[in-house]
Design a protein around this ligand. Structure first.
Ligand code: ATP
Length: 482
């Protein structure tokens, strides 16, 4: 196993052991691609969401908040293009029953044009090496192509990724990624509703409601955090690609013609935001979508990518969605979604610049980025702003009135912060336990506290210690962890 994958495995182990992330329905053997956030996970997740909300809504005058419902009128998804367009070509293996996304399969094709071809999933060509060795052929005799370049009639000569036989792959079938259910007691086509695959549409259909209620003028944005559901064909990489996940999306409505400028503005703003999240800048980059990659609605699109242990992957998308969405909702709902620009004295359908990121992906980003192994300890170097516990308070020993003083400090800090009280075991061990979950500060009550009212503060990363007055503990945290 590569070092990178080993570190991923260690991270997954730590997440379970320490109560960040559990497999959903684990006692029943788990359900693929769904996860539960444990006591520390839920704090980390909340802190990430709060930081996003703060920078999007609290610190700006031009962005309003919204929490739209998950179930929406089915016409929304016709207008948005998701009913027709939100599909991936998918291939099944008749033998193993495994399912693959066509665009994620590559294939070894003999240069001679004759003989078997070998399919393999993106990024895993080593799985073919064994098969070639067995068939006594050398890699040089093959070209690597995308499976979509192979004619379906030639599939009978293709050996699937997880099988030894040729001809087990089905032809690609379009597969809609939306989850369907029925509204009301009757399970008929007329009652089908979808679980939203993105939060954005709830924002578009509320454009006028929010604008009128908040008396905003263009340019302005609407921000929303909420669950989204996609029946992903190939979920995986822990919480990277899930079927139930949470998005943080902001749609910024602008005058047509000013969209390119705002697109550049939001690209820069969003990249900057990752510094606030404490992410290592060298592990972030932009990826521009080329013509073939652009979604049906987009004029321009950039992803922000993070270098995970399994490679560079998208964590956020910034899209110029033009007037596509409002235009389509206007057409399908027959309601006027134009904006009357009083200054210019004109009416138009606004353009939209979208920033869209996944809370779970940012969880994985912060966890992977914070994870550090040192000689004697594992330490999660979360930025204090997002650390699940802001501080731990220890009495050095369980006697001489130290626990009482420590409890007093904890009770006070609890008014504003998630803090942890621990009196069990050697103090060194208690520090290590806090390091492993990324608690930035530990306060220890000792004999000197009883004499002069000072406590020890120990900082997580440097492990440096200093003494402060116990009455200063609150201010100490207020200055450092907000
Ligand atoms: P991908 O190409 O990885 O499937 P996408 O381009 O379809 O992603 P968008 O539709 O742009 O993603 O969604 C915006 C953001 O929502 C993504 O950057 C990601 O952070 C998050 N996201 C999308 N799908 C998932 C998923 N299945 N699990 C977790 N987060 C997701």
């Amino acid at each position: 196993m590569s070092e990178q994958l080993k570190s991923m495995e260690k991270l997954v182990g730590l997440c379970k052991r320490k109560g960040f992330i559990f497999q959903s329905s684990e006692v029943y053997g788990g359900i693929n691609s769904c996860y539960d956030y444990g006591p520390l996970g839920v704090e980390l997740k909340k802190n990430i969401k709060d930081l996003w909300w703060k920078s999007m809504v609290y610190e700006r005058n031009d962005v309003e908040g919204l929490d739209a419902s998950i179930l929406m009128h089915p016409r929304v998804w016709e207008a948005s293009g998701h009913v027709d367009g939100f599909t991936d070509p998918m291939i099944d293996c008749r033998e193993t029953k495994n399912r693959y996304r066509e665009d994620q399969l590559s294939v070894y094709v003999p240069k001679s044009g004759e003989g078997l071809m070998y399919a393999f999933p993106e990024g895993a060509p080593e799985s073919v090496a064994k098969k070639l060795k067995k068939a006594r052929v050398s890699e040089e005799e093959f070209d690597v192509k995308s499976l979509s370049d192979i004619d379906v009639s030639a599939y009978e000569n293709v050996v699937g990724p997880d099988t030894k036989k040729a001809g087990t792959l089905t032809e690609p079938r379009m597969f809609n990624l939306m989850f369907k259910t029925f509204m009301g007691p009757v399970e008929s086509d007329a009652n089908i509703v979808f679980l939203r695959p993105e939060t954005a549409q709830g924002i578009y259909v509320n454009f006028h409601n929010v604008r009128e209620a908040s008396r905003q003028k263009l340019p302005f944005g609407i921000a929303q955090i909420g669950k989204a559901f996609r029946n992903e064909i190939t979920p995986g990489n822990f919480i990277f690609r899930m079927r139930e996940f949470e998005q943080m999306e902001m749609q910024y409505f602008v005058k047509p013609g000013s969209d390119d400028e705002f697109f550049e503005y939001w690209k820069a703003e969003r990249l900057k935001w990752y510094e606030r999240l404490g992410i290592n800048h060298d592990k972030l980059k932009f990826h521009a979508h080329g013509d073939g990659e652009l979604a049906h609605y987009a004029k321009a699109a950039f992803d922000i990518e993070y270098e995970f242990p399994f490679g560079w992957s998208e964590i956020e998308g910034i899209h110029n969605r033009t007037d596509f969405d409002l235009g389509r909702h206007q057409e399908y709902s027959r309601k006027n979604l134009k904006y009357f620009d009083q200054e210019a004295g004109e009416k138009y359908v606004p353009y939209v610049v979208e920033t869209s990121t996944g809370v779970d992906r940012l969880m994985l980003t912060t966890l992977a980025d914070a994870y550090a192994e040192e000689e004697e300890r594992v330490v999660m170097r979360f930025k204090p702003t997002i650390a699940p516990m802001k501080a731990a308070v220890f009495p050095l020993v369980k006697k001489d009135g130290m626990p009482e003083v420590a409890h007093e400090i904890v009770d006070n800090l609890r008014k504003h912060f998630r803090v942890f009280y621990d009196e069990s075991g050697a103090v060194g061990r208690r520090y290590r336990r806090q390091d492993e979950v990324g608690t930035p500060y530990c306060f220890t009550v000792d004999t000197q506290t009883l004499e002069d009212g000072t406590i020890t503060v120990r900082e997580r990363d440097s492990m440096a210690q200093e003494r402060i007055s116990k009455d200063q503990a609150m201010n100490y945290l207020l200055d450092r962890v907000i």
